[in-house]
Design a protein around this ligand. Structure first.
Ligand code: NAI
Length: 697
């Protein structure tokens, strides 16, 4: 799937040429050859030529530039669709009396793969990525993907492929019989496809005429159940399963019509709108703001060597991410013992990858060879970029930055991975605050895609551009934001968690809140998350803030009491829940209820049960309110960035689009009224934002 914003609409979208009686039809719609209306019109015209010209015996369909067709034009999905639509193009290929071979390279995704499956054969270059990612956008393939794909792969393979929407490579496609031949990356794809087309000797071999292979019904039912479980909350998965079932039981054209109807129904559904919103928001987030794009001093600095300070949870994860991106890494610790523990963690990460067959042994050792552990500060002198990941304590970090300042080379970029602390206060402990920025990774840092790139007051544009570029190089989704307590993500999450704590005092139990938020679609409830990450982190932060906290502010001390009782979360066997089996199964606990009831009583609250809808609404309002505040304060540069952060770092359900998208779906007047009422309930310290700011694009 693609967005088509960069398309040059003046160039002809289709170009044709002839070789040995074969019409080569080339799709020219840069950057990704999205199957836009102009492309579809051009294809139909070219197919008419192929049919009408007696000198032509076959066609080859290929993409110009570096890809076949990476998808449909997503922007069209929100509007009335123009004719001819993709199914009509595919019908024209199938109805053409001469065979058409698709020549695939780059990506054949979504509508691109459906187009290829409508052809009589497919030749792919090694490395081509194929897939039907529609369900990840809240829709199903709408141009025969659910019908033609299982005719080749069988339903057992088709169910996970379509319901998860994952990409697969040409070699896998060959095994699945989705392509007929794979040629080397440096082979002449066009020549191979022409030869393949001539080799068909005029024979049509339409997938639609094949039967779905017979497979074990019980296994199919199990695969369907597994897909439905994994795709709970997602109507597109339910519709995909239904369409796949149709493929085996209905005549082709009838099933095809039903697939299209389901696609049409989903296309404008709230979930599809939310998922498309995030799709565009994710692409937008990685672009630096317009005002920088042309600034001559905003070119990123070159980075080949990264020094990571601190080999704990985050430092080792960041090191692994950097090694995976081909960088040299110096990992610095304070003691040989701590260094050894960190290095062992990295070694066992690689051993695990190799054992699981996810990485070759040669690659694993090549990556580890670029890692240099050290306890000597002068070793960071060769780094182009230094990332600090030591304890979350301002004094410790300032001390570490003084060391970095002393040893890093002039011009090196200096980053802190702090979660909450003031980047400026850290930067100003050096003589070069202009070189300092925040790079807030998420745990595990080698897995999580989100990266907040934090602009300090003194950070220069080229330093920020270096952070953004490094993020992209590490395969991350870098989101730029300004320096403020908790940046974007932790600040919104804090507001959410605080609201959930208010609800505990007001009458809900932890499981009421967790179940309601999970029913909304959050990956986990807030109290289960707190137990998982350890309550002591928040406890320490609260203690650090105690001296400056306004005594009139409503402050829920349940967490502090639990920590005082030694309930630090899963790691200590108990937190908001008790973990009967030591770690995994949370059980609600009368001790916790007593702590909560006592907190309510001390505040003079007569506890009243709170229903799931109210819980969800209060929690979402708190998030929306904080989003409005931080957008107004310029902490987030774009409203949509907030949604990207919450969806990628905090388990916010993608199909709800994020707190900003959620707000945009509500009636503003009602929401504003509810917010006023909520502010009353929350008491002193609850700052009310102007939600209308979130409605601006
Ligand atoms: P950790 O406690 O696992 O690791 C910190 C490491 O830094 C320890 O190995 C310690 O020996 C080392 N260290 C301390 N002082 C040092 C010094 N002067 N020189 C060299 N090494 C030193 O902590 P974790 O969880 O990795 O967190 C590190 C930072 O990352 C903190 O600022 C934290 O807020 C932030 N962070 C943590 C996340 C998490 O989920 N754990 C997520 C995002 C950010």
């Amino acid at each position: 799937m693609t967005s088509d914003s960069d398309t040059d609409h003046t160039a002809p979208a289709i170009q044709t040429s002839r070789t040995d009686g074969v019409l080569v039809i080339e799709i020219c719609n840069p950057p990704v050859n999205a199957a836009s209306a102009a492309v579809r019109q051009g294809l139909v015209a070219a197919l008419q030529t192929l049919q009408a010209d007696a000198d032509l015996q076959a066609g080859v369909l290929m993409g110009a530039g570096n890809t076949f067709v990476a998808g449909s034009d997503l922007r069209e999905f929100g509007q009335p669709m123009q004719h001819p639509q993709l199914p009509a193009v595919i019908a024209a290929i199938e109805q053409c009396s001469k065979p058409v071979v698709a020549a695939l390279h780059g990506a054949a995704l979504g509508g691109g793969l459906e187009l290829a499956l409508g052809c009589d054969a497919r030749v792919a270059q090694a490395g081509t990525q194929l897939g039907l990612p529609e369900v990840t956008l809240g829709i199903i393939p709408g141009a025969g993907g659910t019908q033609r794909l299982p005719r080749r792969t069988g339903l057992l393979q088709a169910i996970p492929l379509i319901c998860r929407g994952e990409r697969f490579a040409a070699a896998q496609a060959l095994k699945l019989r989705l392509v007929d031949a794979v040629v080397d990356q440096d082979a002449d794809l066009r020549a191979h496809a022409i030869a393949h087309a001539l080799g068909l000797q005029g024979r049509k071999q339409r997938i639609r005429d094949e039967a779905v292979p017979a497979e074990d019904a019980a296994q199919i039912a199990a695969a369907e159940q597994a897909a439905l479980r994994a795709g709970k909350h997602q109507p597109a998965v339910v519709a995909a399963i239904a369409a796949l079932q149709d493929s085996a039981r209905l005549p082709f054209d009838e099933a095809l019509a039903r697939e299209r109807a389901a696609f049409e129904a989903l296309r404008l559904s709230p979930q599809a709108l939310a998922l498309r919103h995030l799709f565009f928001a994710e692409r937008e987030a990685t672009r630096p703001p317009a005002q920088w794009a042309k600034a001559p001093d905003a070119a990123p600095r070159a980075v080949q060597t990264v020094a990571v300070i601190g080999a704990g949870t985050m430092g080792t994860g960041i090191a692994i991410a950097a090694l995976g991106a081909g960088l040299q890494v110096v990992l610095l610790e304070q003691t040989p013992e701590a260094l050894d523990t960190g290095l062992q963690r990295i070694t066992s990460h690689y051993a695990g990858r190799v054992q699981a067959g996810k990485m070759g042994a040669a690659q694993a050792s090549a990556e580890q060879e670029r890692l240099h552990g050290s306890c000597h500060w002068p070793d960071i002198a060769r780094a182009d970029l230094v990332i600090e990941a030591v304890f979350e304590d301002l004094a410790v970090k300032q001390q570490v930055f003084r060391q970095i300042d002393q040893h890093a080379r002039a011009g090196a970029v200096l980053a802190t991975n702090t979660s909450y602390l003031d980047v400026d206060a850290i930067a100003r402990s050096t003589q070069r605050p202009q070189d300092v920025l925040g790079l807030h990774f998420f745990s595990p840092a080698n897995v999580m895609k989100l990266l907040e790139v934090v602009q300090g007051s003194d950070s220069t544009p080229d330093v920020l551009a270096t952070g953004l570029q490094l993020g992209r190089r590490l395969g991350k989704l870098p989101v730029l934001c300004r320096n403020a307590f908790g940046f974007i993500g932790n600040r919104i999450y804090n507001a959410y968690r605080r609201q959930c704590e208010f609800m505990l005092e007001d009458g809900a139990w932890p499981e009421d809140v967790d179940q309601a938020m999970q029913a909304f679609g959050m990956a986990m409830g807030p109290f289960a998350v707190a137990d998982l990450s350890g309550l002591d982190i928040a406890w320490r932060m609260r203690k650090a803030q105690a001296a400056t906290r306004d005594p009139r502010e409503r402050y829920v001390d349940i967490l502090d009491t639990l920590c005082e009782q030694g309930r630090l979360g899963r790691k200590s066997g108990a937190g908001y829940y008790t973990y009967a089996d030591g770690k995994h199964n949370p059980v609600s606990d009368d001790t916790v209820r007593a702590v909560i009831a006592d907190a309510s009583a001390r505040r003079g609250i007569a506890r009243k049960a709170i229903g799931p809808t109210t819980i969800q609404r209060r929690a979402l309002l708190a998030m929306a309110n904080e989003a409005a505040l931080l957008l107004a304060q310029g902490v987030a540069l774009r409203a949509s960035d907030i949604d990207v952060v919450l969806a990628h770092g905090y388990g916010f359900p993608r199909w709800e689009g994020g707190p900003v998208f959620w707000t945009r779906q509500q009636d503003l007047a009602t929401l504003t009224r509810e917010l006023q009422a909520l502010a009353q309930e929350c008491g002193h310290g609850f700052v009310v934002g102007d939600l209308s700011i979130l409605l601006q694009p």
